[in-house]
Design a protein around this ligand. Structure first.
Ligand code: MTE
Length: 316
């Protein structure tokens, strides 16, 4: 007998919630860059695939990182399974599907340095190893909410963005922080597509100085795997996931609001601020609910992804 499920009014099918993938795939398809297989690939869900073993992902080869857990940040839900989080990713430099881990083998994440520049008194280019040696690492359990309505809860390892900003001494004129991802066509073949590469993102200086704004160098007790944005990425958990830029090479303090990747591509769908808000639907789907990776149930989206008591004053 078929199971008849009565769906609540806020439910939407996952395939209606693939913002960037749908947009990019359409561009690719129309432009003839890639074929139909990839267009369909953007709609796959983890439940449809066999769970890969840790060894296949090479997670076991990642260096362990010691970090004390910061107990100020607790979760209202279970942590997402590590293998599920590592096999359902958005990293358009490599793929417009979710199986990014299959496409990152050529990506060289060592050696790596990050340039911190712009309106600062002490501009610097710092090797990742030096950064990790200079700034104490901590572990934080954060929720992550993609604008496509999937969500996860993961243990990041890193340090607050403000700890790095303090080292370069921002000038009084600085109002924004612009961040840029690496660009390398040999290693990330999708960067040949039409969008404005390299991927860039930005925060106001007040957002960047908020304790929640985190630079992650690790996850689940070890270095970041490439598909999660190795060797260093932003994590801003009260904002939609596209703000959490991966594999950062440059941080620049500016006086004016910097252009950002998705906002440049589709300004009427992705605004600069991009705070998680269940009451403001995406132009093409509802944001009222979300699906945790590894589950097919939908749960109500929380305003500011549940971090409202910490960040709402920034938007008063
Ligand atoms: N950063 C870069 N450079 N390129 C990307 O395509 N995707 C963003 C964000 N950072 C993206 C990026 C999106 S849409 C999301 S939801 C998160 O990374 C996904 O992070 P995860 O794959 O580690 O879960």
């Amino acid at each position: 007998m078929p199971l008849i499920k009565i769906l609540p009014d806020w439910w939407i099918p996952e395939h209606q919630a693939t913002s960037e993938s749908v947009y990019l795939n359409r561009r690719q398809f129309l432009g003839g860059v890639i074929g139909l297989a990839t267009v369909l690939g953007g709609c796959a869900t983890p439940a449809q695939k066999a769970k890969p073993v840790r060894a296949q992902l090479n997670q076991a080869q990642l260096k362990a990182l010691a970090a004390r857990r910061n107990s100020n940040y607790t979760l209202d839900r279970e942590l997402t399974d590590e293998a599920i989080a590592a096999t359902y990713n958005n990293f358009y430099e490599f793929s417009s599907g979710k199986e990014v881990w299959r496409h990152v083998s050529k990506f060289q994440t060592h050696p790596w340095a990050i340039e911190v520049t712009g309106l600062v008194a002490q501009p610097q280019t710092i090797a990742i190893e030096d950064l990790i040696a200079k700034i104490p690492l901590e572990e934080r359990l954060y929720r992550h909410r993609c604008v496509e309505t999937w969500a996860m809860a993961v243990p990041w390892i890193g340090f607050p963005l403000k700890a790095l900003l303090a080292k370069v001494e921002p000038q009084a004129k600085a109002k924004f922080v612009k961040m840029t991802t690496f660009q390398n066509l040999q290693q990330a073949p999708n960067q040949t597509m039409a969008p404005p590469w390299p991927y860039t993102e930005g925060l106001t200086l007040a957002e960047a100085y908020h304790d929640l704004a985190f630079l992650a160098v690790g996850i689940y007790g070890h270095e970041l795997p490439k598909q999660h944005g190795a060797p260093i990425r932003l994590v801003v958990p009260w904002k939609y996931g596209f703000k959490s830029i991966k594999s950062i090479v440059k941080i620049e303090l500016t006086e004016t609001q910097p252009p950002t990747f998705w906002n440049t591509l589709i300004p009427y769908e992705y605004d600069f601020t991009a705070n998680v808000n269940p009451t403001i639907p995406h132009p093409r789907w509802s944001q009222a609910t979300e699906r945790m990776l590894g589950s097919s149930d939908r749960r109500r989206t929380l305003i500011y992804n549940g971090y409202g008591d910490l960040v709402s004053h920034l938007y008063a």
